[in-house]
Design a protein around this ligand. Structure first.
Ligand SMILES: Cc1ncc(COP(=O)(O)O)c(C=O)c1O
Length: 380
């Protein structure tokens, strides 16, 4: 029987038709007024999205490139930083920090949990020379949300401490306004709520962070924020940009701004709530104690192998993600960030119920779907 494949992984995510159309165009040359015009439009839309007049710059790289740029440009070897390490991407902050010679305080948190406020306060008290707090706003590996406001207060209570936020799966899912939220450096990536293929990282930095730029002693060449900012203010990039992705970003940013950021955040919160309520109704346990609105992690039931369940789901048309590291084979991650509406979620829950049923799990078909529907009729 024909089965269509539907993508529900936490990056890449499905592309809207407007983006596919933009990507299908003949390439243009980037050292042209035509490209510069589009690039300026993109810059302005990124500023609108993040409610800032400051530069928001792009690198042709995956999200990790933007994370690396944050370390290279705003820190110096030996700088002491606190890493909120609650998953795979928290580890990435730690590893990047160590790679470039920072003095990393690695605050390890069990996967699926968020940080403890008192613990963060006490680390800050014992280390008033902290130069940065590095965190994921949404830790995708554990589908966990970390509150930024508290960390921003802690960072600003110190002498010279930057709050560095990996917003790779939070920008476009939540209302993220770095100036209002007290974020000094914000990184995002194209293949998440920006609804594009992978290949662009997006970087905002505050005035306070900017003051660090001339002081940083870590060597950099490609990921040079000062060099890029200068060029991008002229509507160009230092090196050949990912032209097609930037043209497509112009489209996806229009979609996001047309929907409105508060409305977009509300949609994501409704989709996430429906998913969480439905999986609980089915009898599954949530992975996270502080769940993110970008994706929902659930433990697979006792006796059912997560990888096999994922395969069964794929046979039914749903490609979802599994767990990383010690969570491999133990969880499913169901994404709902980007180009998703309520019908996508009811389909996904129906598919999940069928996959569980076929795997021998004791389930009454339709129960989870009904729960999701209840959330939707209440909110739509
Ligand atoms: C929160 C978070 N940080 C960092 C990354 C790494 O981004 P990339 O794979 O684009 O380098 C990801 C990718 O899934 C992510 O979800």
């Amino acid at each position: 029987m024909l089965v269509k494949e539907r993508l529900f992984t936490p990056g890449p995510v499905p592309l809207p038709p407007q983006v596919i159309k933009a990507l299908g165009q003949q390439i243009i040359h980037h050292r042209t007024p035509e490209f510069t015009k589009i690039f300026f439009q993109v810059r302005e839309k990124l500023q609108k999205l993040l409610q800032t007049d400051r530069d928001v710059i792009l690198f042709s790289s995956s999200g990790t490139g933007g994370m690396e740029a944050s370390i290279l440009n705003f820190f110096s070897t030996g700088d002491k930083v606190l890493v909120i390490n609650a998953g795979k991407f928290g580890q990435r902050w730690r590893d990047l920090g160590k790679t470039f010679g920072l003095n990393v305080i690695d605050y390890q948190i069990p996967w699926g949990e968020t940080y403890d406020r008192e613990k963060v306060e006490s680390i800050a008290k014992e280390n008033p020379d902290l130069k940065g707090i590095l965190v994921q706003q949404s830790e995708t590996s554990t589908t966990t949300y970390h509150d930024i406001n508290f960390l921003s207060k802690v960072a600003s209570s110190l002498d010279d401490c930057l709050l560095v936020v990996d917003g790779i799966t939070s920008v476009g899912v939540y209302e993220v306004y770095p100036e209002k939220d007290g974020i000094d450096i914000l990184v995002s990536g194209s293949q998440k709520a920006f609804m594009l293929p992978p290949g662009l990282s997006i970087l905002y930095y505050s005035e306070k962070a900017e003051r660090r730029l001339p002081k940083s002693n870590i060597p950099k060449y490609y990921f040079d924020v000062e060099k890029e900012t200068k060029k991008q203010r002229e509507g160009q990039t230092a090196y050949t940009p990912a032209i097609s992705l930037i043209i497509a970003l112009n489209e996806s940013l229009s979609m996001m701004l047309d929907e409105g950021i508060p409305q977009l955040a509300k949609r994501h919160s409704i989709l996430a709530e429906a998913t969480r309520e439905a999986v609980k109704e089915i009898g599954l346990q949530l992975l996270s104690k502080s769940p993110s609105n970008s994706a929902t992690g659930v433990y697979t039931p006792e006796g059912i192998d997560g990888n096999q369940l994922r395969k069964t789901l794929l046979d039914l048309g749903f490609r979802v993600a599994g767990g990383q590291d010690h969570l491999k084979g133990k969880i499913l991650r169901l994404a709902h960030m980007g180009y998703f509406d309520f019908n996508d979620i009811t389909q996904l829950i129906a598919g999940l119920e069928m996959a569980l049923y076929k795997s021998g799990f004791n389930i009454e078909l339709g129960k989870g779907v009904a729960k999701a529907q209840q959330v939707f009729v209440k909110n739509i």
